[in-house]
Design a protein around this ligand. Structure first.
Ligand SMILES: Cc1ncc(C[n+]2csc(CCOP(=O)(O)OP(=O)(O)O)c2C)c(N)n1
Length: 282
């Protein structure tokens, strides 16, 4: 587990660099990987109770990637905690017989609790897992799920949102990556969901809003989560920037998914290192 904000920011930088290296080899959903990198890094490398050497532990926290196309950012965080090597992700991604692909699959990768990719499914499954933990008398584990803001237009999400309150699932923690864009353009133009936080509040969720690209804010938000045996589910609305950290990708729907050239890779890594060094090494 990493405790210091500086080290967590370095860990997020490493995840971003790995994402870009992979993006130089295969087309990945780079924009939505980069927007949620900080939250995923704090979750996996600071907050979650998950031991790669004991993945069947009944008391582990569970993770369901509802926006399943962000498999790469999940895999690089899992690599950072020792599930496998980051090079394995880069070498095996999208290869026949490989463990890693555009959507996480638990048939080939045991560190994936649930296969996802069809938007709107992960959240209801996470809700069911949280209910099952309650029925088994588990009072210490949480179920975390990460969704997109475009994904909020799936009706199945809102059935789960209502059920989580009805069944008093305080062990369920949902993150929404509010980067303002989906695949082809801005959320406002395509689905127009308005203020997502107020909708969760109206359903009765404990609703927290953070700058989802600020590691310090994220860390303190995770520190303040209600106990897993409490009664009200929590949603963390993460306000983020799609393509965060790479100047030519930020807020540009062209980079929802794609592959980068060697020159773009160099440019992007320089951009990320400069930002980190300006903050911590100047
Ligand atoms: C049910 C379903 N419909 C369509 C898609 C294709 N698709 C993949 S990513 C995406 C956009 C998702 O937008 P958002 O949830 O905002 O994700 P982010 O911008 O964070 O990547 C779409 C439509 C899908 N995976 N599943």
């Amino acid at each position: 587990m990493i405790n210091s904000v500086k080290e967590l920011e370095k860990a997020a930088l490493d995840v971003r660099i790995n994402l870009l290296k992979l993006c130089n080899v295969e087309a990945i959903h780079i924009g939505g990987d980069l927007s949620i990198t900080d939250a995923m890094t704090v979750l996996w490398q600071y907050k979650m109770n998950y031991d790669p050497d004991n993945i069947e532990d009944e008391n582990r926290d569970r993770f369901v990637l509802s926006k399943g196309h962000a498999s790469a950012v999940t895999s690089f965080n899992q690599a950072a905690i020792g599930c496998f090597k980051a090079e394995d992700v880069i070498n095996e991604y999208a290869k026949d017989g490989g463990r890693f692909s555009m959507h996480s699959c638990n048939l080939v990768n045991p560190y994936v609790e649930v296969s996802t990719g069809s938007l709107g499914h992960g959240m209801p499954v996470a809700c069911g897992m949280a209910a099952a933990l309650r029925m088994k008398g588990n009072k210490s584990s949480r179920v975390y799920t990460v969704m997109g803001d475009g994904e909020q237009s799936e009706g199945s999400i809102w059935e789960a949102v209502a059920n989580a309150v009805h069944y008093k699932l305080g062990n369920l923690v949902a993150l929404v990556d509010c980067n303002g864009f989906e695949a082809d353009g801005s959320i406002d133009d395509i689905t127009g969901l308005g203020d997502i936080a107020s909708k969760y509040r109206a359903f009765g969720w404990n609703t927290v809003e953070v700058n989802g690209n600020n590691v310090e804010e994220l860390k303190s938000c995770f520190d303040k989560l209600p106990a897993p045996d409490s009664d009200v589910p929590t949603v963390i609305i993460c306000h983020t920037i799609k393509g965060k950290g790479v100047n030519f990708m930020e807020n540009n729907p062209r980079w929802h998914a794609g592959k980068i050239s060697n020159e773009q890779l160099e440019d992007a890594i320089r951009c990320l290192n400069d930002e980190y060094n300006r903050k911590w090494n100047s």
